[in-house]
Each structure stands twice: as C-alpha cells, then as structure tokens.
Design a protein around this ligand. Structure first.
Ligand code: KG4
Ligand code: ZN
Length: 332
C-alpha cells in the first residue's frame, strides 16, 4: 500500500510527512519565527523561509521514517487555499520531485485536509458528520458526507476565528500568533467582561464587530487607567475567548440539530483551544452527540493531514497532472 510523501506550505509552517498505508511514520514541522516581530505573517518572508526549509524538512521526514526517495510511491501537496508565494514553493518542489521519481502527484485542498485529520488515528467519525473548521484564515461549518464529498453550509463573512484571537491579541499587546497565549491566560482567569455577540442569520459567522468593540473598550479604559491592560490581561483574554467560543458553539449546535447529525467534530488551529474543546464536550453530553477533536499536533498546520487526504485520493485513483497551479482561494 502506498508510501506517500506529503508537503504543506500554505502559510507559515513548512511541513513534510511520510505515511505508509495511511500510517504516519513522520511529521516534521518547521515553524517560522520571523513573523512574530511583525504581528502577523509577512507573505514574502514566508515564501523565502519555505524555500530555505523545504529541502531539510523533507530530508528529515524521510530519515525519521526510515525511508529513501526510491521508496516513495506518490507525493501529496497542498494546492490551496493559502498564501500564493508560499504555496508555489511547495507545489514547484513537489512537481519536480514527482517528475524526477516518476511517481504520481496528488493535489490536496488544505481545508479538506484539516477535516480529514480526523482519519489519521481512530476513533474515526462516521458519515455524515458536521465539522467546524476554525483556523487563522477560515471559519467554516461543513457537512461531511464522505472523505471527499463535503458541503460548506456556513462561513465567516469577515475575520476568521483565529484571526479574531490574533487581532485582539495584538490590541492586548501580545505577540503573534496570540491564540495559544490567550488560551493559556484564559485558563487561569475568570471571564467577567461582556462583549456583544453578532446576530448573523443562518450558519454564517462574523468576528469583526467583536474586534472593534474590544478595541474601543481597551482604548476607553486606558484613558482612565494607563495600566489597564497589564492589570486586566487575564480577564480580557478569558472574556474574549468565552465570547468567541460561544459564537462558534451556538452555530455548531444549530447546524448539528437542524441537519440531525449525531457526530460533531472540530478542526483547524483554533480547535487546539482549551475553551472550545471543553465547550464541545459539554454540548456533546447535553445533546448526546459523539464529539471528535484532533490530537494537538494535528490541529495546527501539518503535513500528516495532507498525507491522509492524499492517501484516500490515491486509493480512489485521483492523481493530478504536472501542470497544476496553486490557488490562494480554493473552493472544495
Ligand atoms: O490551522 P492553522 O495552523 O493555520 C491556518 O490554516 O490558518 O491555524 C492558525 C490559527 C492562528 O490564528 C492561531 O492563533 C490559532 O490558530 N490557534 C489558536 C490556538 N492554537 C492556535 N487559537 C486559540 N487557541 C489556541 N490554543
Ligand atoms: Zn490550516
């Protein structure tokens, strides 16, 4: 069964994984620390870092898996959505390697791969299930009917959930990405502040109003007390996290009830959030759903999820020509 090299380079992580018959033998992630001083990912710097990282990352993934280039039977590659320059580095590398080894190339949609991360290790969800995919660039409610038949039933109209964490973190004076730090601070503090939740019909989301109200709140309080942020950072983080989690869980619950599914999952970088994981578990107990959260290492961007998505495509004989081009915006 196929030995697959998978590569992920859509944002600020260069990652390579080796899967043997769907089993992850290695999953190497090179994080790019350069962006933290800019308060967000700088696309041009990301592409350059991918170019530096890609050869050693792939070499390390092969070494850790105990495999050689000649053992590879296919290459899975993220084709989008993401930063175009970053995607181009991964796609060009993957094409060249597939051509030189004369093995098939398999293009993978990054957002579908976040969902398919649930099939890396059991217990696997059964179809159909609803997945809330929450990352730095996307917030989607997806009805998952099979490994590749997925329907987006709702999404954000402006900022993504991860973006809301990161942008509000910037207002709080925290580094990038702020999500993990807000999560840690929120765990140690009470959420006493009330921020408005958007009233968006259907299954769509909006987070830009929350960001604005946080900005005004912090500005106003700093005028009264210049040390407001330092004194209240824990409460601010806990209250922000609580509001974001409430917005997400309410829509997820509405979708699961109206589509009458019994299994519910979360995926993407924000699914690492302790508050969201706990709220999902509680909703699961209340509504008697089976709930699924990915292992931490498979929440944020990684090549293992690209590998499992490529594995299922390999089994279905879905290979890609060598003239594929990446796309910054890519529907399913
Ligand atoms: O899926 P991902 O690694 O990359 C994208 O495809 O965007 O998600 C990154 C996002 C960032 O916005 C980051 O702040 C957020 O996930 N994130 C978190 C946590 N860990 C990562 N947000 C809240 N709590 C966390 N523990
Ligand atoms: Zn992602």
């Amino acid at each position: 069964m196929p030995v697959i090299l998978a590569i992920e380079s859509s944002c600020d992580e260069t990652s390579a994984a080796i899967l043997d018959d769907g089993r992850v033998l290695s999953n190497i992630i090179a994080n790019q620390t350069i962006h933290s001083e800019y308060g967000g990912v700088v696309p041009e710097l990301a592409s350059r870092a991918h170019q530096e990282n890609i050869v050693p990352t792939v070499a390390q993934a092969l070494k850790k898996a105990g495999k050689n280039l000649k053992d590879l039977e296919a290459i899975g590659i993220t084709i989008g959505p993401g930063l175009l320059g970053s995607l181009l580095v991964g796609v060009s590398f993957a094409k060249a390697l597939a051509y030189s080894l004369d093995i098939p190339l398999i293009q993978v949609n990054h957002m579908q791969a976040h969902i398919l991360a649930h099939f890396i290790e059991p217990p696997y969800p059964t179809f159909p299930f609803i997945c809330l995919t929450v990352s730095g660039g996307h917030t989607q409610l997806v009805l998952v009917k099979s490994h590749y038949d997925m329907e987006i039933i709702g999404q954000t109209l402006d900022d993504a959930a991860g973006e809301a964490f990161d942008k509000c973190g910037k207002i709080f004076g925290l580094g990038y990405p702020a999500g993990p730090l807000i999560d840690r601070l929120a765990q140690q503090h009470q959420a006493d502040l009330q921020f408005p939740e958007p009233q968006i019909p259907g299954y769509d989301f909006s987070f830009s109003g929350l960001k604005t109200s946080i900005l005004y709140h912090v500005r106003q309080q700093k005028n009264i007390d210049p040390d407001y942020l330092t004194k209240n950072i824990g409460n601010l983080c806990a209250s922000l996290q609580h509001t974001i989690v409430q917005i997400l869980i309410k829509k997820l619950t509405k979708a699961a009830l109206e589509f009458n599914v019994r299994e519910v999952a979360i995926a993407g970088g924000v699914s690492a959030n302790g508050g969201l994981r706990k709220a999902l578990e509680e909703a699961g107990i209340q509504h008697r759903w089976k709930t699924f959260v990915p292992k931490f290492e498979y929440c944020t961007d990684n090549a293992a999820m690209i590998g499992i998505a490529a594995h299922y495509k390999y089994l279905a004989g879905e290979f890609s020509p060598l003239d594929i081009t990446p796309s910054a915006r890519l529907p399913f």
